[in-house]
Design a protein around this ligand. Structure first.
Ligand code: ZN
Length: 205
């Protein structure tokens, strides 16, 4: 057995035994980094399976189309499966990579710079806010690296609101928007908590 496959099997066993806890997921992602650097065909083959395991179907499909040579029935079947999953799922539902130590520290610092949302002490981890390149907040016109990641209720063209305009009610007032959302659009967020996150903090009014 090639060493890449051996390592993958070991880590996958560990992942299952530890019920997918963060260190076991981190270990799988570290193997992704390692395999992605390799030009060895055996490494790439293992990487396809690893991508699939992590739910990175678009990556798995993309790589598989590059390395497939003389497809036999088994490979054709696999290709068809990956093509289908790549279409329907892409990389969107992949197992999230746990934050590394340095990132964790940055995330904590970032969270502390946010206004306080009573029921959402960490709105970055729920995905209500995302971090990215600086964008203009349509409410206050200031640049922000953290912005609201969901759509305000009934309003679909307001994007990149900064956390402060949501916390102090400016965005709600300015756009006559309600930040109480239909639970369905939100994935895992709890609609009850949501109201508090998106309603202005009464202490700030
Ligand atoms: Zn703003």
């Amino acid at each position: 057995m090639n060493p890449y496959l051996q390592k993958y099997i070991t880590l996958k066993k560990q992942y299952i035994a530890q019920e997918g806890n963060p260190p076991s997921v981190s270990a799988l992602y570290e193997l992704v980094d390692e395999l992605a650097k390799s030009d060895d065909l055996e490494a790439k083959k293992v990487l396809v399976d690893l991508y699939e395991q992590l739910g990175l179907y678009a990556s798995a499909y993309d790589l598989f189309t590059k390395i497939i040579t003389k497809p036999d029935r088994k490979q054709i079947k696999k290709l068809a499966h990956l093509a289908e999953m790549s279409q329907s799922h892409g990389d969107r539902f992949a197992l999230p990579r746990p934050l590394r130590k340095e990132e964790k520290k940055q995330r904590t610092e970032l969270s502390q710079s946010l206004p306080h949302f009573i029921y959402h002490p960490d709105p970055l981890s729920t995905g209500a806010f995302v971090e990215g390149e600086a964008k203009l907040c349509p409410s206050c016109g200031k640049e922000s690296n953290i912005y609201y990641n969901l759509m305000p209720y009934c309003i679909d063209n307001i994007k990149n609101l900064c956390p402060f305009c949501i916390a102090n009610g400016l965005a709600a007032k300015k756009f006559d928007a309600e930040f109480v959302q239909d639970a369905e659009c939100q994935g895992e967020l709890d609609p009850e908590k949501d109201q508090v996150l998106f309603l202005p903090d009464p202490w700030l009014l």
